[in-house]
Ligand binder design. Structure first.
Ligand code: UT7
Length: 317
């Protein structure tokens, strides 16, 4: 036994920051950002916390699934930008929802929602749960150096959620990690220990853009090919590929190499930027609410990110 997705939800903060807005304070411009990344605008938190984003997405997913917080056996959040180091974001959301099940976080940067699904699948396989709330929530704006044009134009804030229930929808998956902490790095805030001899690092995202780009295209292509081969699927058998929304050019290149028509790749980076582990559940909710998914459709979700951790899975809707 594994799970099927029975409801989805998303939430983004109302504040929109356009490329033109950014170019007022940074040496950048709308044309560069659209062409090199594909982002037109992003939603950015003002007074909202990461927990509030997660809570709002969770409410919408629960409503969409017809479940209540009491029905939940487990809550897992993926995040690298929770409000607190401890307790976990999932614990805060559990309290906000009034649920009483176990709750914890998974951190695998932008791939974390798919690592989360793999974790949840283990609980279903052992018959330990019937309903799981999965949430990807990120307030990337607090991890950005807003003077660094190489990173701050890319990311955005938001949350997506899905309710998983016992079923046969999670067909296959592949996850891997190389353990690279150089291409993308977000140092944790360092305390003030009088004994520490370590040089404190600024707690903002640093990224080697081109290295990450190459890794991302290769990871997506090899993961998706593997799933298609293992499950004897051709491009015609796939209804949608839901890629992590990191850069439209990464998606275009992967699409060309995989020979899957671009119309099958769901893209919304223009609206939200890269929302890290929230990007896939946000895209899934949009597909669901637009009525683009039919029961029995094959979907491939595909993500990559820091740690050179990447994952893809095959879902039957
Ligand atoms: O979710 C986590 C995974 N992350 C990713 O997948 C990110 C992957 N990498 C990328 O998306 C791209 O590498 C970036 C969008 C980060 C950068 O695009 P690029 O085409 O690799 O640009 P670049 O870093 O090679 O820079 C090209 C030029 C440079 O100027 P010079 O040296 O050629 O004069 C940069 O200084 O573009 C300049 N540049 C900008 N210009 C205007 C860099 N950022 C900007 C900017 N506006 N925001």
């Amino acid at each position: 036994m594994t799970f099927s997705i029975i409801g989805t939800g998303m939430y983004v903060p109302p504040k929109i920051v356009t490329n033109d807005d950014l170019s007022k304070t940074l040496d950048t411009n709308d044309e560069w950002i659209r062409q090199r990344v594909g982002v037109q605008r992003r939603h950015v938190c003002t007074g909202e916390t990461t927990a509030e984003l997660a809570y709002q997405a969770a409410l919408r997913a629960l409503e969409n699934s017809g479940c209540t917080p009491e029905d939940l056996d487990l809550i897992i959040c993926s995040t690298i930008s929770g409000d607190l180091v401890s307790p976990a974001l999932a614990c805060v959301v559990q309290k906000m929802l009034g649920a009483s099940c176990p709750a914890y976080d998974v951190n695998s940067a932008c791939s974390a929602f798919l690592f989360l699904l793999e974790t949840a699948a283990g609980y279903f396989a052992r018959g330990k749960v019937k309903k799981v709330l999965a949430i990807g929530a990120e307030r990337m704006s607090k991890l950005l150096d807003w003077q660094d044009r190489g990173t701050c134009v890319i990311f955005g804030d938001g949350a997506g959620a899905a309710v998983l229930a016992s079923g046969e929808g999670y067909i296959d998956s592949t996850i891997s990690t190389k353990g690279n902490d150089e291409v993308i790095r977000v140092p944790a805030f360092a305390g003030e220990s009088p004994y520490s001899t370590l040089e404190p690092e600024r707690p903002f995202i640093r990224m080697q853009g081109q290295e990450t780009f190459k890794y991302a295209v290769n990871a997506m292509c090899s993961d998706i090919s593997k799933l298609m081969q293992n499950n004897r699927l051709t491009a015609e058998d796939i209804a949608y590929v839901v890629p992590h929304q990191a850069n439209k050019r990464i998606i275009d290149l992967a699409c060309m190499r995989l020979r899957i028509p671009i119309k099958k790749f769901y893209v919304n980076i223009q609206e939200y930027g890269n929302t890290s582990s929230a990007s896939i559940p946000i895209a899934l909710d949009e597909l669901n609410r637009k009525g683009l998914l039919k029961r029995g459709d094959n979907l491939i979700l595909s993500a990559f990110g820091a740690g050179e951790s990447n994952a893809s899975c095959l879902l039957k809707w």
